[in-house]
Design a protein around this ligand. Structure first.
Ligand code: SF4
Length: 233
């Protein structure tokens, strides 16, 4: 497993206090990405499954308030086989597991049996627009979302809101989400920020991505009016 960053956070990437591994490599190239240093799969430290499991075992006292271990990225599912082995190991050790994913892996369902808490991005309802800004369309994300709705498996959907890219029409999201049973689903809005801007070696292409309070309010109202559950972390 190749990891470009790791550390603890509380309740930001799953419940409780968590050890968060950022796995190297991403198949998307979102122009607003705040971890561009993680896009390249080759960059980072190499760990065996045993090393990760041993580290997590030693960190058990830190997993308070229902915490555990989260794998994010980059895009964690690019390291599918390594991730599967580690998730199985952690579950067998009784450690709570979470992944944060962009949702584009067709093999995501294979991992979910070993995942206690799923966080999945849903960046745009229009596949062509998504592809324009990230290089990848929406079909597999939608497929995975729909599978999770049908299975009733818990899912936490994160929507980054970026001015001029997906901020104008919250109804577009809701028209899609409302077609499914979302009793198992919570939604979180992530207003645009520029924390990663300074890390870009290439030109940073988002020019005016900040959204207003009114835009965030309009998302909240539209989601509320359709009974979609919103959370903040
Ligand atoms: S999916 Fe996430 S990690 Fe990958 S480029 Fe987009 S924002 Fe960055």
């Amino acid at each position: 497993m190749i990891v470009f960053q790791k550390g603890f956070n509380f309740s930001q990437d799953g419940p409780g206090n968590r050890l968060v591994y950022h796995l190297s490599g991403c198949n998307m190239s979102c122009i607003w990405c705040s971890n561009p240093e993680g896009m390249d799969k080759g960059v980072g430290d190499h760990y065996s499954t045993e090393q990760i499991l041993d580290e997590c075992n030693r960190c058990r006292p830190m997993f308070f308030s229902g915490g555990g271990v989260t794998f994010t990225g980059g895009e964690a599912t690019l390291q599918h086989q390594e991730l599967l082995c580690v998730l199985k190991g952690l579950k067998n050790m009784g450690i709570h597991t979470a992944i944060e994913t962009n949702g584009t892996s067709k093999r995501l369902p294979e991992l979910l049996e070993w995942v206690d808490y799923l966080i999945m991005d849903f960046k745009h309802y229009d596949s062509e627009v998504l592809k324009k800004y990230t290089g990848v369309g929406n079909e597999t994300v939608m497929h995975n979302f729909e599978l999770n709705c049908k299975s009733g498996r818990q899912q936490h959907i994160r929507i980054p809101i970026i001015n001029g890219i997906n901020s104008d029409y919250p109804q577009g999201f809701v028209q899609y989400f409302s077609r499914f049973n979302t009793d198992n689903t919570v939604f979180e809005f992530l207003p645009y920020h520029e924390y990663g801007k300074g890390k870009w070696k290439d030109e940073y292409k988002v020019k005016n991505g900040f959204i207003t309070k009114e835009v965030l309010q309009s998302f909240t109202e539209v989601f509320n009016s359709h009974g979609l559950k919103i959370i903040k972390t």
